[in-house]
Design a binder for this molecule. Structure first.
Ligand SMILES: O=C(O)[C@H](O)[C@@H](O)[C@H](O)[C@H](O)COP(=O)(O)O
Length: 220
């Protein structure tokens, strides 16, 4: 794990947006398309506000939410909706979002749809103070299966304490990313990160599924 500590959140956002722009361009230098997996939640919005202004061939960028609440894309709690409103604007309006919201073809259909966008090239994750990433929550009955080497690429899971069930990319897909960034702020999440490093067990701290190869970006 590499940990970068920033003097403030604004500096962290500016730096990470630059890093992501560089990584996206590097992939696009030798590939037709690039898959960028992004979290929902409240932290990454300002990152998307910065990133969307980056001049790059956004029409060759596939954006994959790391997870989704089981709500319609136009619902205020939708991660896809948040990503569309904060990232798919300006230069980045031409990017393609591959959503996780199941249609009539259910989770099978989601799995088929995201297949063409895998493996992930560049992964950005948030983390909860309970050490969850995406919607891999400690204590969820489906966690063991979602962490396993034979997990399907995407699963519907329980999210303890959350208002609705979730759809999440599973650990093998997240671990398969070429580059992984974890974006966290505040003392609670910094303490949670230290706890995860100590536990070193994804069944107790799901972030451990990707931590060893991740760059963690943190500001108070
Ligand atoms: O659906 C979601 O909410 C996210 O994908 C989730 O994994 C998020 O990254 C963490 O819960 C941190 O959320 P905050 O950024 O709101 O603290």
């Amino acid at each position: 794990m590499k940990l970068i500590t920033y003097p403030d959140v604004e500096m962290m956002i500016i730096d990470l947006a630059n890093v992501l722009a560089g990584e996206l361009n590097n992939v696009l230098f030798h590939a037709d398309r690039v898959t960028l997996a992004l979290p929902g939640g409240t932290t990454p919005g300002p990152l998307y506000d910065d990133l969307c202004a980056t001049p790059l061939p956004w029409d060759r960028v596939r954006v994959l939410p790391t997870d989704e609440r089981l709500v319609a894309p136009d619902h205020p709690r939708s991660n896809e909706g948040m990503i569309r409103s904060r990232l798919l604007t300006g230069a980045a309006a031409a990017a393609q979002v591959v959503g996780l919201c199941p249609g009539a073809d259910g989770i099978e259909g989601v799995s088929n749809r995201i297949g063409a966008a895998l493996p992930i090239d560049i992964l950005v994750l948030g983390m909860g103070a309970d050490m969850h990433i995406a919607s891999l929550f400690p204590g969820a009955p489906e966690l063991e299966a979602a962490l396993g080497p034979d997990a399907p690429p995407v699963m519907q899971v329980t999210a303890p304490g959350q208002p609705e069930p979730r759809i999440t990319l599973t650990a093998p897909v997240l671990r398969g990313a070429m580059s992984t960034h974890i974006l966290i702020t505040g003392a609670d999440k910094r303490a949670a990160l230290d706890r995860a490093v100590e536990l070193d067990d994804p069944r107790l701290a799901p972030v451990c599924a990707v931590l060893k190869t991740a760059t963690v970006h943190w500001a108070e």
